[in-house]
Design a protein around this ligand. Structure first.
Ligand code: PGA
Length: 250
């Protein structure tokens, strides 16, 4: 059985104290039981150690990015190894904001994925098309190249530590969500790509999360689809009550 995962991408939001309050609220809810198997938060780098200490493994903590090299003269950057050494278990790779604003290409992301897995992190690899790409009916082609070029160089063993997030760029932070049928169509397509590249067991085991204006109102319908294993949540992960409602929307 693959894991049901709800993950919160805080992006560049919340001060450390606001983050700690949120973690406390989430912990209270998690201790009384949630439907998701895993609840993960992705705070800004500077908050990571404080969050991981306070989350006490009841909530998992991941980083929003890492550098593609193991170490060296890369001012301002953080390596996968440093994250792992600070007890961070997950890293987001290939979020569309990194692709769009920081020029991250599939080739670069392939290196980041590799270095993160070598440091024993679990990778949440993001893919998704822009609005023009969907309007031109190129979304399948785009997603296929994002996965083939950024992810499918991995061995089957490495793939066991990868979660995939489908995030249509036109739905991120826009209040527009993919319909549950649109999400299911793409998630089934992604699972088939994993099957073609690897095997039935890898394809059946990989959790595929939906992201893009997922909220307490639409999460239930999205998560009811057979290939939607959870969500990567931006805006709605900043409020404990909303995030927990999503974590219970199975
Ligand atoms: P959103 O962001 O939920 O605010 O649309 C999702 C994401 O970018 O991960």
């Amino acid at each position: 059985m693959r894991k049901k995962i709800v993950a919160g991408n805080w992006k560049m939001n919340l001060t450390v104290n606001e983050g700690l309050v949120l973690i406390e609220e989430l912990k209270k809810e998690v201790s009384s039981g949630i439907m998701a198997d895993e609840l993960i938060v992705f705070p800004p780098y500077i908050h990571l150690t404080a969050m991981v200490e306070n989350a006490q493994n009841e909530i998992l903590v991941g980083a929003q990015n890492c550098h593609q090299e193991e170490n060296g003269a890369f001012t301002g950057e953080v390596s996968a190894h440093m994250l792992a050494a600070s007890n961070i278990g997950h890293v987001l790779i290939g979020h569309s904001e990194r692709r769009a604003y920081f020029n991250e290409t599939n080739d670069l992301l392939a290196k980041k994925v590799e270095v993160a897995l070598n440091a024993s992190l679990t990778v949440v690899y993001c893919c998704g098309e822009t609005l023009p790409e969907r309007e031109e009916n190129r979304h399948f082609e785009i997603i296929k190249s994002q996965l083939t070029e950024g992810l499918f160089h991995l061995t089957a063993e490495q793939m066991a530590n990868v979660v995939i997030a489908y995030e249509p760029v036109w739905a991120i932070g826009t209040g527009k969500t993919a319909s549950a049928d649109q999400a299911q169509e793409v998630h089934a397509f992604i699972r088939k790509l994993v099957y073609d590249a690897y095997s039935t067991s890898i394809a059946q085991g990989v959790s595929i999360l939906y992201g893009g204006s997922c909220n307490p109102t639409n999460a239930n319908e999205l998560f009811s689809k057979p290939d939607v294993d959870g969500g990567l949540i931006g805006g709605a992960s900043l409020k404990a009550i909303d995030f927990i409602q999503i974590a219970n929307a199975y």
